[in-house]
Design a protein around this ligand. Structure first.
Ligand code: TRP
Length: 445
């Protein structure tokens, strides 16, 4: 068992595919556009990118460093690197956060399946009002519950069979396909008549629509989208072999992840502006639209295209797969924790996690208040707190020689001293101070 559990990802591409598979998901394609709309478009995006640069990438590297040097689950890693200290609570908080994220994420993942099957059967094609169509799904908690359970079981299946290879392999094929499809859709959407208003909304700062909470919202989105702040990438980092370049991986994964988010914006907003029947209220609609944005605007776009159901089936299938590689990474965190810390077998651990997630998922399906609470609690509070402590842990607590050894792969990779100093500086001062100030400012406003 020890060997199976501690396998490393097979190839460099596999490492990127797995980490990017975790990062790229509903966070980019569903959550990002609705957050950006809510945060006033361009200004949100600007703050979001700053968050990725100043603490997203450093925190991601830190998670890799913790994971690869400890080679253990998230809580176990803190335990190993800082025995007998309260640091293990940060790991435990991470495990709890992963559980909470699954509690609403699986519901949205279920929606992607509903839309996929409605596209395949052609039912979606006859819909004339997508906003009321989406609402009818929201008002049918039983249907949501069923698809949420299907998705959770699907995730559990991959976790149990430990098809790391299968995931690695499929991620290598599906991620590029998804990327290609997003580019095609972005071109289609951005060339619709009237699309330019959507692009302006996305890229031109409009100071009228700034909200005080934009910093906290953008920071939460950055953490959520990059899969950082709860040790998900500690768990994946524990599967990296010693020749993986952690810096390069973090930069590549963050770049891919941000590109997918921006592409989703270029699909959703031009389509929303171009296809709306009431152009005067579209900005308000976007701002108050909430989580349905993707599921309302995109089917409208498809219906404007020839062979609409083929595009729509393909899109929702790839979206479900992108969500699946993310839910697998989340479930792996909690399962590995139970397995390594409590010596519960992998199967039993998966079963326990699955039951827990389904219970949370049912409550989320029946109560949008609970759904929003889990979303907000995890993204805006738990992930930033986790990220803050992770940066402090690597910046201040860990032995700096160990950190340097991890970044340079024991000296085999040549980084300039300046770069290393800059990284440590970001981790020690910039990241914690930025996270903390955004947090306090966000709570106060
Ligand atoms: N990043 C994924 C997305 O954007 C979701 C996700 C997977 C996640 N693992 C995570 C979010 C860990 C926060 C922490 O869809």
């Amino acid at each position: 068992m020890e060997n199976i559990k501690r396998v490393t990802f097979a190839s460099k591409i596999g490492v990127i595919a797995a980490a990017a598979g975790s990062a790229v998901g509903l966070g980019n394609i569903w959550r990002f556009p609705s957050q950006a709309a809510d945060g006033g478009g361009a200004i949100f995006i600007f703050v979001y990118i700053a968050c990725i640069l100043f603490f997203g990438i450093p925190v991601m590297m830190s998670e890799f460093i913790i994971g690869r040097s400890a080679r253990a689950n998230t809580a176990g890693a803190f335990h190993k690197l800082a025995p007998g200290t309260p640091w293990k609570w940060i790991g435990r908080l991470g495990v709890l956060t992963g559980f909470i994220i699954m509690g609403f994420y699986m519901v949205v993942a279920g929606w992607t399946l509903i839309y996929f099957f409605q596209s395949v059967t052609g039912n979606l094609h006859s819909v004339t009002n997508f906003s009321s169509h989406f609402n009818s799904i929201l008002n049918n908690p039983l249907q949501q519950t069923i698809w949420m359970i299907v998705f959770t079981l699907l995730t559990a299946f991959f976790i149990i069979s430990g098809v790391r290879k299968g995931i690695e392999q499929s991620a290598k094929i599906f991620m590029p396909l998804l990327f290609l499809l997003l580019i095609i859709l972005a071109v289609r959407s951005a060339t619709l008549e009237g699309a330019v208003n959507g692009l302006n909304f996305l890229f031109k700062p409009n100071l009228e629509h700034v909200k005080q909470t934009v910093f906290l919202d953008a920071m939460g989105q950055a953490f959520f989208s990059l899969s950082i702040g709860m040790g998900c990438l500690i768990t994946y980092g524990s599967y990296f072999n010693n020749s993986v370049n952690l810096t390069k991986t973090a930069v590549q994964v963050s770049t891919l992840d941000s590109l997918v988010a921006i592409l989703s914006g270029i699909i959703i907003f031009p389509a929303a502006f171009a296809l709306t029947s009431n152009p005067d209220t579209i900005v308000d609609e976007l701002v108050t639209g909430g989580p349905g944005l993707l599921f309302i605007t995109l089917p409208e776009l498809f219906n404007q295209m020839p062979a609409s159901m083929a595009w729509s089936s393909m899109f929702f299938c790839l979206l479900a797969l992108a969500a699946l590689t993310s839910t697998i990474s989340l479930m792996e965190v909690v399962t590995l924790y139970l397995y390594e810390e409590y010596k519960i077998s992998r199967k039993k651990s998966t079963l326990l996690v699955t039951i827990g997630v389904i219970i949370l998922g049912i409550i989320s399906s029946y109560s949008s208040g609970f759904f929003n609470f889990l979303d907000m609690a995890s993204a805006k509070y738990m992930l930033p707190v986790g990220g803050l402590f992770i940066s402090i842990f690597v910046g201040w607590y860990l032995n700096q020689q160990l950190v340097t050894a991890q970044i340079t792969n024991e000296g085999r990779l040549k980084f300039s001293i300046l770069f290393l100093k800059f990284y440590i500086f970001l981790l020690r001062y910039i990241a914690p101070i930025a996270i903390l100030s955004i947090f306090i400012y966000g709570l106060a406003s």
